[in-house]
Design a binder for this molecule. Structure first.
Ligand code: ADP
Ligand code: ZN
Length: 229
């Protein structure tokens, strides 16, 4: 290859739907390794924008800390920016996007323009009551991005990443009980309607996401391979 990447009309587009804490990020990372797709998390992109102090980051910061959704305009801007990178031509797993009907419609238009389609929108089905515990115990490796949980997925050695050995563990500013309640609320009012949206398009798959991480990963891998074939 000469390093020039043209958008591949056949590259897969998978969407992970589910409330905060459902495991979208964890599962997206596992699928990324298994299928060679690229995880695209608008939450991660927005946190990077906040950390970098960009225009979008400045506008997003307080909104994110309150557990509300940033404007569709900002969410779309960070998505489009990332889609312009060459590596996403391999196909993407969208994690945290779309989150509103406006975003879903904008994504349809974008994909239409590049001759792509959504292979599957996979809904991770969980009980809300378990999400607060899941979220309040989670942390991420600052070195490689691997996600962990105090009870459900601890590191082998306390404070040290299993994957890269980094000791730089991060907990998100919005992973506290009050903000989680607002995030769940935003999910139910603004994002959950997308389940019906994708169901109507015949793209919806539902996965029980209350079990063990590896079992869910196996089920997701099966669906994703089938959908992306
Ligand atoms: P979670 O799904 O666990 O809440 P994310 O990392 O996906 O976490 O998102 C964190 C925050 O980033 C959200 O609460 C919201 O403020 C903002 N955000 C992420 N993606 C979007 C999006 N597509 N539209 C609007 N806001 C978003
Ligand atoms: Zn690591």
């Amino acid at each position: 290859m000469d390093g020039v990447t043209t958008p591949d009309a056949a590259s897969a587009v998978l969407i992970l739907l589910g409330p905060p804490g459902a495991g979208k990020g964890t599962q997206a990372r596992m699928l990324e390794e298994e299928l060679g797709l690229v995880q695209l998390s608008t939450g991660d992109l927005l946190r990077a924008a906040v950390a970098a102090g960009t225009q979008a980051g400045k506008a997003a910061r307080a909104v994110m800390e309150a557990g509300e959704l940033v404007s569709d305009e900002i969410a779309l801007a960070v998505l489009k920016d990332r889609l312009a990178d060459a590596d996403v031509a391999k196909g993407v797993i969208l994690d945290g996007f779309p989150r509103t009907t406006v975003q879903a419609e904008a994504l349809d238009t974008l994909l239409d323009q590049s001759g792509q389609r959504i292979n599957a929108a996979i809904s991770l089905e969980v009980d809300d009551s378990a999400m607060v515990t899941r979220i309040s115990g989670r942390f991420t490796c600052g070195g490689c991005g691997e996600g962990y949980h105090d009870s459900f997925k601890p590191t082998e050695k306390t404070g040290v990443c299993d994957k890269c050995g980094s000791t730089d563990m991060k907990r998100r500013a919005d992973d506290n009980a009050e903000t989680v309640a607002a995030r769940l609320d935003a999910y139910h009012t603004q994002t959950a309607p997308l389940i019906a949206y994708y169901d109507q398009k015949g793209a919806l798959e539902r996965v029980d996401a209350m079990g063990a991480i590896d079992d869910i990963a196996r089920e997701l891998g099966r669906i994703a391979k089938h959908a992306a074939a």
